[in-house]
Design a protein around this ligand. Structure first.
Ligand SMILES: [Fe+2]
Ligand SMILES: [Fe+2]
Length: 146
């Protein structure tokens, strides 16, 4: 398993979770429950973004013309954190539901962009052996891979 296989597999797990959360949202009766859903997503998303930055993005860091792209994707990671934290602070149930959907859609768009742009570049830039080694490092750190 390469680092990219691992990250894409994590995306699939998150996308399934997002669908389930979205499906459950109309039945959620309190903002506290919405806050709980946000907190459940925050930590694994944070870990996923951290592993990407540390293990994968860094591989492209020396390709100068990719700098803007990477900076934006890195910025997305912080923004996703902030979006979920903002949902937790909302006191109106309908608004909280709507904003959680906005956060989930932002994550989906971010994953899709990574898979279309940065991941193929990383696969082109690094040697297959390096991708495998990074995959092993990722696997030893990922909670979702266990
Ligand atoms: Fe990411
Ligand atoms: Fe990702």
């Amino acid at each position: 398993m390469t680092i990219i296989d691992g990250l894409v597999a994590e995306h699939r797990v998150f996308l399934m979770l997002f669908d389930q959360v979205e499906h459950a949202l109309p039945g959620v009766k309190t903002v506290e429950e919405i806050g709980l859903l946000c907190r459940l997503l925050e930590a694994p998303l944070h870990d996923h973004g951290g592993a990407e930055t540390d293990l994968a993005y860094i591989a492209l860091d020396h390709i100068l013309h990719q700098k803007n792209h990477l900076t934006r994707l890195h910025h997305d990671h912080q923004e996703i954190d902030v979006l979920l934290k903002k949902v937790e602070a909302i006191k109106d149930l309908q608004k909280a539901r709507t904003q959680l959907k906005v956060a989930l859609d932002a994550c989906r768009a971010h994953f899709s962009e990574e898979e279309r742009t940065v991941f193929p570049l990383i696969e082109k830039t690094l040697q297959p052996e390096t991708l495998q080694i990074l995959g092993r490092v990722w696997k030893s750190q990922s909670h979702l891979a266990r």
